[in-house]
Design a binder for this molecule. Structure first.
Ligand SMILES: NC(=O)c1ccc[n+]([C@@H]2O[C@H](COP(=O)([O-])OP(=O)(O)OC[C@H]3O[C@@H](n4cnc5c(N)ncnc54)[C@H](OP(=O)(O)O)[C@@H]3O)[C@@H](O)[C@H]2O)c1
Length: 420
């Protein structure tokens, strides 16, 4: 006899509808593989008169009908945002339900409080879908690689930014054109700020840091820069120099501290992350026992994300009181800048005698040497692009300030790290 597990959904949008679709199409396959029969009992929604993939008697506008429903075993939070989602998760755990959430924003801010509530009530909380959608990364880190000490983790965690940069590269689109294409194809929200400013990737990096390094982290602990300052010229010159620009998230142990960063980075063509295109995500993790591991796949979308949600549901059905130990300590030091790395610099200049020389001299004065330089000038204005040998962030910042003070620039200079 299968174990019957009854689900209550908080939200029935992209991910919630994907869940309904998989349960209805593949419920019997899931049952034969897992011994678990899934039934969707209720789904909380906000808007009336929207087409829904569930019978109308299963819809509700009252959250109490989900977390206080006597038949519901697991509550699936797929509504997003901080409140009321956080309050609903806490209430569901308090009323004795297992909970699955896809919500990285709420976990990045309130993960510890939520996990304490789960522990207090002896319930499991699944969050596989919160980072990298369909890629089973959370389970790999918390279970498959549990025997490893992990020193660094680098990945492409935001599919929207990766899609935009890929289309700027492959189709020579401007940032605005690539963003419009992402919105058209459902890869970007009408307000794309969270994705293009690196906030979504930062939330995911915090979840991964708290899980992997057992360290409490906040948005203030990490350096964050979005992709909005990338000009098509950066993408094409990076290509000429042998690199592709990718939106990376990095967590790295440096001695006793951790360095967390989210920013666009030049990745060498031959690096595995250089080949991760469009809306795809990938994460490279180095374990002391396993060595380097790479996880690659669809980081978002209705069915990939619902697939991750379902893997948590089956895990909770099999083991209702166990689960991932989330116990980050607040003692870790965060170091804002990582040691030395190569840099790509761009200076938007007016074509005046001596400008390029002054930029090179100023970099030299700060101990920065140049490996590649290129000037692209169109009549009276243009850009100077430089790739440096390894330099520290403080050296680069000081040189940028110096150059901005002594050379007439048409706009803000840009500095991007190059992945070693
Ligand atoms: N979409 C993805 O590819 C993806 C990938 C990974 C993780 N996630 C995460 O999954 C979660 C859900 O994302 P989504 O894309 O499915 O969102 P969505 O399409 O906007 O759906 C949200 C659902 O929640 C309902 N809802 C929102 N606020 C509510 C409230 N206050 N009361 C009742 N119902 C409310 C909405 O109701 P109405 O239908 O009535 O508007 C809708 O059904 C988010 O945390 C997101 O970060 C999404």
């Amino acid at each position: 006899m299968p174990t019957v597990v009854r689900l209550g959904l908080l939200g029935l949008g992209t991910v919630g509808s994907g869940l309904v679709e998989i349960v209805s199409k593949s419920g019997s396959v899931i049952e034969s593989k897992s011994g678990v029969r899934l039934e969707i009992v209720k789904a909380l929604v906000k808007t009336k008169d929207k087409p829904r993939p569930l019978e109308s008697d299963k819809l509700t506008f009252d959250p109490d009908e989900v977390f206080y429903h006597p038949e519901i075993d697991i509550v699936v939070e797929v509504m997003g945002g901080i409140e009321p989602a956080k309050g609903y998760i806490l209430k569901a755990l308090e009323s004795g339900k297992g909970v699955v959430t896809a919500n990285k924003a709420v976990l990045a801010q309130y993960g510890t409080e939520i996990f304490e509530q789960a522990k207090r009530h002896g319930k499991q909380l699944g969050f596989e879908a919160s980072v990298c959608g369909g890629i089973p990364l959370i389970r790999a880190l918390s279970s498959g690689m549990i025997a490893n000490d992990i020193d660094d983790l680098v990945g492409i965690l935001n599919g929207t930014s990766n899609f935009i940069l890929t289309r700027m590269y492959k189709e020579k689109l401007s940032y605005d054109e690539a963003l419009a294409m992402a919105q058209d194809r459902g890869f970007a929200e009408a307000d794309p700020t969270f994705d293009v400013e690196g906030i979504d990737a930062a939330h995911k990096l915090i979840v991964l840091t708290e899980l992997t390094f057992q360290t409490k982290a906040t948005l203030e602990d990490l350096e964050r820069e979005g992709i909005t300052k990338i000009d098509p010229i950066d993408i094409h010159v990076a290509d000429e120099f042998g690199f592709v620009i990718k939106p990376l998230a990095v967590a790295k142990r440096t001695g006793a501290s951790l360095n967390l960063r989210v920013h666009p980075t030049l990745v060498p063509f031959e690096h595995p992350l250089g080949a991760v295109s469009d809306e795809f995500n990938a994460v490279m993790v180095r374990g002391d026992a396993t060595g380097e591991m790479i996880f690659h796949g669809k980081g978002a979308g209705s069915l990939p994300t619902a697939s991750a949600v379902l893997s948590d549901i089956i895990e909770i059905a099999r083991n209702p009181t166990g689960g991932i130990i989330w116990n980050p300590a607040a003692s870790q030091r965060f170091e804002k800048s990582e040691g030395r790395t190569r840099y790509y610099l761009r200076f938007p200049i007016e074509d005046r005698p001596g400008v390029i020389g002054r930029i090179a001299t100023s970099l030299g004065d700060h101990g920065i040497s140049i490996t590649h330089a290129l000037a692209k000038l169109d009549s009276s204005a243009g850009n100077v692009m430089i790739v440096t040998h390894e330099a520290s962030e403080s050296e680069v910042n000081a040189a940028m300030v110096d150059i901005a003070a002594t050379v007439v620039l048409r706009g803000e200079p840009l500095s991007l790290r190059i992945l070693g």
